[in-house]
Ligand binder design. Structure first.
Ligand SMILES: O=C(O)c1ccc[n+]([C@@H]2O[C@H](COP(=O)([O-])O)[C@@H](O)[C@H]2O)c1
Ligand SMILES: Cc1cc2nc[nH]c2cc1C
Length: 340
């Protein structure tokens, strides 16, 4: 998909963004007409009704279905973890990838409940990206290639794509991206992640502040923010969100770190997340604020802060239920029920 012979690697990404399709408005209108006839008071299914219309528009059918939901978990390692910004050592990333593969992590269990497939993308775990306080995480070519790799999440033709990630240190990286994109104070974007307190939290705030100071002068280009302050899993997830859009596949975002990838695209183009739902709001304190900025209202609010796609996977139950009601309910006429 990214093979232009001329120009810089990011030109390919910008070209894709310029070509993003919108939803199928005729399918959405047909779904809305159907919704108005279903045997319930109008609006009584609340946000389930809006979810059904949203999926109808992006799948391009009056009666949409989610039969092949996929959770794609992207894993990467981060040089900034060497600064002691996480309570856990970097080795945990590889160990958790093994746990996903063995079917024994939380996300595996949630996928099992909803019949979702889980694909784990391991992004050069033995080669951490450089410490973002000292150096750019990725070159432009590496960042574009990693985004292209993330597009592989669409290879199994999912009808709903949930995104997740695993990477010790990546809440520092996500906070740096938000601080780089939105400014304010570094401390406003930093939270506990896996459980940082005290000196660990102080080191995290200092790292986010210093990394963004280093990137000064480049912060008006969201792709530069991504490559300088990001990590491989964040770049890959941005690529996955963009590829899903090109194929009109609806996307469910997970927590704080996945939302950093989404925020980069939104900063590139305000329409870039029109095909995305926020599966949940994480207990990471700044996540709620970020979702408000992005205009995304979370489906669930369960005090979760695990990552690995767990909140997005859990929201598949809500989305499938919305579609089951939309497709399976009778109309007033069919059921012989008197209208208002
Ligand atoms: O996405 C979230 O909301 C979230 C909040 C807290 C922690 N995490 C997960 O925890 C890891 C990063 O935490 P940390 O403390 O090492 O930066 C990474 O594997 C994420 O999946 C994720
Ligand atoms: C054990 C553990 C599991 C995780 N899953 C996602 N991020 C994680 C971070 C840790 C530390």
């Amino acid at each position: 998909m990214l093979r232009s012979a001329t120009g810089l690697p990011f030109d390919d990404i910008r070209n894709l963004v310029a070509q993003m399709p919108g939803p199928d408005l005729a399918a959405r209108a047909a779904a809305s007409a159907r919704q108005g006839q279903l045997v319930k008071p109008p609006g009584a299914l609340g946000r389930l009704e809006e979810i059904a219309l949203f999926i109808a528009g992006w799948q391009g059918r009056e009666i949409p279905q989610v039969n092949r939901p996929t959770v794609a978990v992207f894993a990467a390692t981060h040089g900034v973890a060497g600064r002691g910004v996480s309570p856990y050592p970097s080795e945990v990333t590889k160990q958790m990838v093994a746990t996903f593969t063995a079917g024994k992590a939380a996300v595996n269990q949630i996928c099992g409940v909803f019949g979702a497939g889980l694909r784990v993308f391991d992004l050069a775990l033995d080669l951490p990206t450089p410490d973002i306080v000292e150096q750019d995480a990725l070159t432009e070519a590496e960042c574009a290639a990693t985004m292209a790799f993330g597009m592989e999440a669409l290879a199994g033709e999912p009808d709903l794509l949930c995104l997740g990630e695993m990477g010790i240190g990546n809440t520092t990286v996500a906070a740096a991206i938000f601080h780089g994109l939105y400014g304010e104070d570094a401390a406003d974007w930093v939270g506990p992640g896996t459980g940082a307190t005290g000196e660990v939290l102080e080191r995290k705030i200092a790292a986010v502040r210093a990394a963004v100071v280093r990137a000064r002068g480049h912060l008006d280009d969201p792709l530069e923010v991504l490559r300088k302050l990001g990590g491989r899993e964040v770049a890959a997830m941005a690529g996955a969100i963009l590829a899903a859009r090109m194929q009109r596949v609806p996307v469910v975002l997970d927590g704080y770190v996945v939302t950093a990838a989404a925020a980069v695209l939104k900063a590139l183009d305000p329409r870039a997340l029109d095909h995305c739902l926020a599966g949940h709001v994480s207990a990471e304190p700044a996540h709620r604020r970020v979702l408000e900025r992005l205009g995304l209202r979370p489906l669930l609010d369960l005090d979760m802060r695990l990552g690995e796609g767990s909140g997005a996977a859990l929201s598949i139950g809500v989305i499938k239920s919305a579609l089951a009601c939309h497709g399976g309910m009778a109309t007033f006429a069919e059921a012989g029920v008197a209208g208002a």
